[in-house]
Design a protein around this ligand. Structure first.
Ligand code: SF4
Length: 443
């Protein structure tokens, strides 16, 4: 009772949401959150394994925690994907007392007590059922406007470069009633935007265990959340080109409060690479999804993920990626160079044979091109008026506010007495490749 817990989170939004679940579990067990590491009785670091540098950063933090342990009795626990990937190996680190994988968070109070009384503890059992659906996350560091709800856990796709299926386990979809309950509670607490999260939201499939005919797919779930309150925006990530249905696109078109933005990772423009990555779609089928989005949702902004320098990538494969970027004109993209992850299919079967300098060169070419395209896409917004949901003060100028359009474009504008959580109409006056700048148009 009364132990103070300090939680540090790395990686994706799923991890941030998991840390909120962890805090909820620990608060129910009598812990209180502290923001200063020197006050903590328990330090938890929720980790990411998507690339090597993410893990290196955590190892650096463990060195800091080891010094903290020298000063006073404090327990250190490693959670998340790195805990699941490295398991017992992490217990060899002097700083670490507890290792808990993404499906073991209910066990944390027991693991902490045992670690305090006996010895180092570990639980990295992956589950086929666990969704933490009955646990109300404790919102951390939230702006009080936008919040995230995990609608599913794990992934069955096993893209050959990806560690996620090995550290987050098989796919399981959460009971829609528990998702709606969480959404209603957010709306009652004044949140104006709900982000539905999943590694691959398009494969959300819930079947009522009592009545198998009662099923909910992602299009239906999206509609159920949108119907809760038309003044509350709904967003979702991440989509998968092989599973994204027309049903999802038509549902987005039917409801104004479903934001017109789709994040659709492509990873490469070359069919040879897509096959080797086990992405289960081709360049042509990807482009077909893009044209379908633009047919049903002409104003929809589209963003993506891309990997440069995957195993065996030739100059011709790279040119295919460049030509696809020129053809699609994404609004923006997350761009990375291939980082081999131990345990993945690629690490087991393919040589990481693209020289580092070539990977970097290709990545830089993609980044330069995408920045030009993002700027061109944003220039098309200048002069137009967009509805913006204010999220808070601009980081750069205290007199300005920051918000996002339905198309997920960041917008900066003078406050003029408005505040976070309000919708305002903003006329775009100028832009950069990353940001739109404008002024509020009063009704
Ligand atoms: S879809 Fe592929 S890249 Fe995305 S989490 Fe699943 S395995 Fe990883």
């Amino acid at each position: 009772m009364g132990m103070k817990v300090f939680i540090e989170t790395y990686g994706c939004q799923m991890n941030v949401n998991d840390s909120e679940v962890v805090l909820s579990i620990l608060q129910d067990a009598g812990y209180t959150r502290c923001m200063d590491i020197s006050e903590a009785d328990l330090i938890l670091v929720n980790t990411c394994s998507v690339r090597d540098n993410a893990e290196q950063r955590v190892l650096g933090r463990l060195d800091v925690f080891r010094l903290e342990k020298k000063k006073r009795p404090v327990l250190v626990g490693v959670l998340g994907c790195m805990a699941e990937r490295l398991k017992e190996k992490l217990l060899e680190n002097e700083a670490v007392d507890i290792v808990a994988g993404p499906d073991s968070y209910r066990e944390l109070p027991r693991l902490v007590s045992a670690a305090r009384l006996e010895s180092k503890q570990i639980d990295t059992l992956l589950s086929h059922e666990e969704t933490y659906g009955d646990i109300a996350p404790v919102r951390m560091d939230s702006n009080g406007v936008s919040a995230f709800i995990s609608i599913m856990r794990g992934c069955n796709n096993v893209c050959s470069y990806c560690i996620v299926p090995f550290v987050r386990g098989a796919e399981r979809s959460r009971d829609p009633e528990s998702i709606l309950r969480e959404a209603k509670s957010l709306i009652e607490n004044g949140y104006k935007e709900i982000n539905l999260l999943g590694q691959n939201v398009d494969s959300y499939r819930w079947k009522n265990p009592e009545n198998h005919a009662d099923r909910v797919d992602f299009a239906r779930l999206l509609e159920m959340v949108a119907l809760l309150d038309p003044t509350v925006r709904v967003r979702f990530a991440t989509s998968h080109p092989k599973d994204m249905s027309d049903g999802v696109l038509y549902t987005m078109a039917m409801y104004d409060n479903i934001c017109k933005h789709i994040h659709l990772p492509v990873q490469s423009g070359s069919d040879v690479m897509l096959k080797k990555m086990n992405r289960k779609y081709t360049r042509e089928s990807y482009l077909e999804r893009i044209s379908k989005i633009r047919e049903i949702l002409p104003e929809c902004s589209i963003t993506t993920d891309v990997i440069a320098g995957f195993c065996g990538e030739t100059e011709e494969d790279h040119r295919q990626t460049i030509s696809l970027f020129n053809e699609v004109n994404f609004d923006s993209a997350f761009m990375f160079q291939y980082s081999e992850r131990p345990g993945t299919k690629a690490a087991r079967q393919f040589a990481d044979d693209v020289p580092l300098e070539v990977k970097t060169e290709r990545l830089e070419e993609i980044i330069t091109l995408q920045n030009e395209i993002s700027l061109d896409r944003n220039i098309l917004c200048v002069g137009n008026v967009y509805e913006v949901l204010i999220e808070g003060p601009s980081k750069r100028s205290p007199l300005d506010l920051m918000g996002r359009t339905s198309g997920n474009k960041t917008c900066i504008f003078p406050a003029r007495g408005h505040k976070a959580g309000e919708y305002v109409n903003v006329r775009i006056l100028s832009c950069s490749s990353a940001t739109l700048k404008g002024e509020i148009v009063e009704d």
